[in-house]
Every structure is written in structure tokens, then in C-alpha cells.
Design a protein around this ligand. Structure first.
Ligand code: ADP
Length: 300
């Protein structure tokens, strides 16, 4: 029996892709797709050639997060063409194939597997520096398929996204264990929605009296920190949200011997950028979340 022709075809397609990164999470709603989208925007802004493959077949949110809703895939003699945000950022998702975005995709494992195989075999990415794969939450059919099909071509590793709560962290342990079992390196863990980028309480009503008159407390604290410890400015911009479990991901990473990549605060600017399908790194939209994401991406 000769080699599996599908695996041969996948290896040929992947021969022009330098790095492959999986983005995983144990639970849904922790910001995995947001991270995949912003990672792809950031790599493209660094002039890399980037492909973003969405294999969250039952809940594809990548088209919206990249501002590509309503777009369709085209076919050429080279294969399926990704939908391009820019000339160096191409996207492939089942979301582009659904006639109606409200329609549920009710597929069993084998059908999902065959679509993933087809994505890997038939999409013409051309030369890529990075292929970012946004997986669904958990460790199910899609994960087994992507690893099975890509492992022989070399996966750089997986980034696992979590929130600080215990319920999410428990599932991260499962993701780490999955990666170990299937031989995929864990590049690191990102703690998303870790603190708030803006205080929930408006401290403006708290005034302090100084020689020069009254001042608002927030402004006073900022000035004090700026003078005494400027590196803390980002920290005071973030207040705790999930106070029972702050630092949980860092602790878990130490226990499991995997790298902790950093934290991203809960930030309305990042949420808005994701809703509008934009990068949070540019212009007025950059902020605490963008600088946190930058630090994480530098470590990858
Ligand atoms: P997942 O892919 O893990 O299911 P999403 O990336 O779809 O999660 O994120 C869920 C929602 O949370 C989205 O509306 C997204 O914009 C928002 N979100 C994710 N991370 C942040 C953050 N750090 N600050 C604010 N909103 C966020």
C-alpha cells in the first residue's frame, strides 16, 4: 500500500508554509478567535505573509472578526482562493460557504474531518510565513483531524487562550495534556480578560485636598505612579474583575511546565475592534490591550 494520497497532497500545499500555529482553548467565549484574529493582523502588519484558517466549523466567527462578512471563496486553477483582508493576509473559513449566516452547521465528525482535509489540500495559500489555525474550543474531532493531517508537515506549536477563572483553567490543563498526547509543542498560555483596562468605578467624585486646591484621586495616583514607578502605569490601568483567581494561569503554567505568555485585559477597545473586524493595534484603537498583545506576540 502506497502513501495516503491526501496526506501527500497536504504535504505539497504545506511545503510553501514556513510556520504553523494552532490557537486552542478549553472553553468557548474566552477570546480565542479574537486572539487568532489580532495575532494575524499583527503578523501581517509586520510585513509577514499570513494565512488564517478557521476550523471552528460549527461557530465560525473569523469572517466577522476580520471584517469579511458576506464574502465568498473563489476557485482558480490553483485551488480555492482565500479571502484577502490585505495582499499579505488571507482568510479561509466555512463561514464564507454558508448561504445564510444564521444557518446552523449540524455535522458529525466525519463530515467535519473531510472539510478540514479539503481546506488543507485544496486552498491555494501561496508562500506563507505563518498559517494561524483557529480551532474550536475543547479537544474533539476537529483537533484530532488538524493534528493528524498537519503533524507530518511540522506544526510549530499551540497557543492556549484562557480566562483567569478556575473553570477555564481546569480545561487548559486538558488542552496541555492533549498537546502532549498528540506530540504538539505548547508555545504558551495567554490569560485573556485578565483585569479591566478601565476602572469600573469612576473615581472622579473622590477628591483630595492639596495646597493648590482640590483634585481628583485618579489623576493624583497616576501622577504619583508616573513619577515613582512609571513601569506600573499599565498595571494601574487594569483593575481586577475575577478577583478569586488572578494569576491562576501563571501558577498553572509553572505547575505544568509550560510557558506563560502574558495577560490581556478586558478592554472595550479590543471588543470594539473585534466587533468591527479591525486590528486593535492601529491609531486611536491601540491601547492597553494592543500593548499587551504586542508583548505576547514578541514572545512567540
Ligand atoms: P472564543 O473564540 O474563545 O469563543 P471570542 O474571541 O469569540 O471567544 O470572544 C468572545 C467575545 O469576547 C467577543 O465578542 C470578543 O470581542 C470579546 N472579547 C474577547 N477578548 C476580549 C478582551 N480582552 N476585552 C474585551 N472583549 C473581549
Amino acid at each position: 500500500k502506497g502513501p495516503d494520497p491526501d496526506l501527500v497532497a497536504i504535504a505539497e500545499r504545506m511545503a510553501t508554509v514556513k510556520h504553523k500555529i494552532l490557537v486552542l482553548s478549553g472553553k468557548g467565549g474566552v477570546g480565542k478567535s479574537t486572539f487568532s484574529a489580532q495575532l494575524s493582523f499583527a503578523l501581517a502588519a509586520m510585513d509577514f505573509q499570513v494565512g488564517l484558517l478557521d476550523i471552528d466549523i460549527c461557530g465560525p466567527s473569523i469572517p466577522k472578526m476580520l471584517g469579511l462578512e458576506g464574502q465568498e471563496i473563489h476557485q482558480s486553477n490553483l485551488g480555492w482562493s482565500p479571502v484577502y483582508v490585505e495582499s499579505n493576509l488571507g482568510v479561509m473559513s466555512i463561514g464564507f460557504m454558508l448561504p445564510n449566516p444564521d444557518e446552523a452547521v449540524v455535522w458529525r465528525g466525519p463530515r467535519k474531518n473531510s472539510l478540514i482535509k479539503q481546506f488543507l489540500k485544496d486552498v491555494y495559500w501561496g508562500e506563507l510565513d505563518f498559517l494561524v489555525v483557529d480551532a474550536p474550543p475543547g479537544t474533539s474531532d476537529e483537533h484530532i483531524s488538524i493534528v493528524q493531517y498537519l503533524n507530518a508537515t511540522g506544526i510549530d506549536g499551540a497557543v492556549i487562550v484562557t480566562t483567569p477563572q478556575q473553570v477555564s483553567l481546569i480545561d487548559v490543563r486538558k488542552e496541555v495534556s492533549f498537546c502532549k498526547k498528540v506530540g504538539v509543542q505548547v508555545l504558551g498560555v495567554v490569560e485573556n480578560m485578565s483585569g479591566l483596562s478601565q476602572p469600573l468605578i469612576d473615581f472622579k467624585f473622590l477628591r483630595i485636598t492639596e495646597a493648590g486646591g482640590e483634585r481628583d484621586v485618579t489623576e493624583w495616583v497616576r501622577e504619583y505612579v508616573k513619577e515613582k514607578a512609571p513601569e506600573l502605569l499599565n498595571v494601574i490601568a487594569c483593575s481586577e474583575v475575577f478577583d478569586t483567581s488572578s494569576g491562576g494561569a501563571l501558577k498553572m503554567c509553572r505547575e505544568m511546565g509550560v510557558q506563560f505568555l502574558g495577560t490581556v485585559p478586558l478592554d472595550p477597545k479590543l471588543c470594539k475592534a473585534a466587533e468591527e473586524g479591525r486590528s486593535c493595534f492601529i491609531g486611536e484603537n491601540s491601547g492597553v490591550s494592543a500593548s499587551a498583545l504586542k508583548k505576547i506576540i514578541e514572545k512567540l
